[in-house]
Design a protein around this ligand. Structure first.
Ligand SMILES: C[S@@+](CC[C@H](N)C(=O)[O-])C[C@H]1O[C@@H](n2cnc3c(N)ncnc32)[C@H](O)[C@@H]1O
Length: 271
């Protein structure tokens, strides 16, 4: 069963994304990007492909009430969930259901554009980066996060292998797409070609505590584009996926679950 490689989730999956994936994986990853982007009180920040808004909310706490934060995502389910969450202490956040290819802002409105684990899903990356460049003030900055090669994040790696083997590559494609822009030179060239100067990049390793794979894997998959393919598979195939993941991550087992590394590129450039 084919899955969305642009990470387009229905509203109920967007709720699960916020409840399951954000606390476990995407939230810590968004926090790492925001911390690295060196925001200041009073700045204007746009979170492009904001999903349920993890990076926007961390940014709002840092820029504070005198700052401005906006989140844009093309997916109505994600934006609905973002709007439904309690406000954070800091800047008020405005949410926009729009494409990264046509940002609903004037030239030079923001100090910083954040793009957390989203650029890899965009078919026309130069166009989206051009839009982020346009809405930045002169001297403003872009900060993007993109997962490193999947082999550097063992949980994702063994999950993709297990789903591919027992269910099929079409279902695994939903997660594989998250690793479609992992080459540091390609990332650097994309930013430079979009006009960004002084491009710098680093790799951040997050050592994350996850519940035991037998509990976490089905919940995680239900919050991703793999969910339709996984649910349509036989009970035996689903059980084999969970068993394979557990077996291959024994090395990372703790008393509570697993503690496993996730590695992401962080890249920044100035207008
Ligand atoms: C893996 S999620 C990341 C969400 C969020 N940044 C986070 O860190 O939790 C990727 C997001 O990209 C969004 N997306 C995909 N194509 C898009 C587009 N053309 N314009 C805006 N957002 C897009 C999806 O709707 C999804 O919310």
């Amino acid at each position: 069963m084919a899955t969305s490689t642009q990470w387009q989730l229905a509203r109920d999956a967007a709720e699960r994304y916020e409840r399951i994936l954000v606390p476990a994986i995407l939230g810590p990853a968004a926090r790492a990007l925001v911390e690295w982007s060196d925001l200041r009180a009073g700045q204007g920040v746009l979170d492009v492909g904001c999903g349920t808004g993890a990076a926007a909310r961390f940014a709002a706490e840092i820029v504070g009430p005198s700052g401005r934060v906006a989140g844009v995502d093309v997916n109505s389910g994600m934006i609905d969930v973002a709007r439904s969450l309690l406000p954070v202490r800091g800047a008020a956040i405005e949410w926009f259901e729009n494409s990264a290819y046509q940002l609903p802002f004037l030239e030079g409105e923001f100090d910083v554009a954040l793009c957390a684990q989203t650029l890899q899903f965009l078919e026309d990356r130069p166009r989206a980066l051009g839009e982020m460049y346009r809405i930045l003030k002169p001297g403003g900055r872009i900060a993007v996060s993109l997962w490193c090669d999947i082999r550097e994040s063992p949980y994702f790696d063994v999950l993709v292998q297990a789903v591919t083997k027992s269910i099929g590559a079409e279902t695994a494609a939903g997660l594989c797409a998250a690793f479609s822009l992992s080459d540091p030179e390609t990332i650097r060239a994309l930013l430079t070609d979009a006009g960004f100067k002084n491009v710098k990049a680093t790799v951040k390793q997050l050592d994350l505590e996850l519940p035991k794979p037998r509990d976490f894997v089905p919940r995680h998959v239900s919050a991703t584009p793999m969910s339709a393919g996984f649910n349509a598979a036989s009970e035996e195939a689903r059980r084999t996926v969970v068993n394979d993941v557990s077996e291959h991550l024994l090395l990372y087992e703790t008393d509570q679950g697993i503690r496993v590394p996730f590695r992401t590129h962080l890249a920044m450039g100035a207008k």
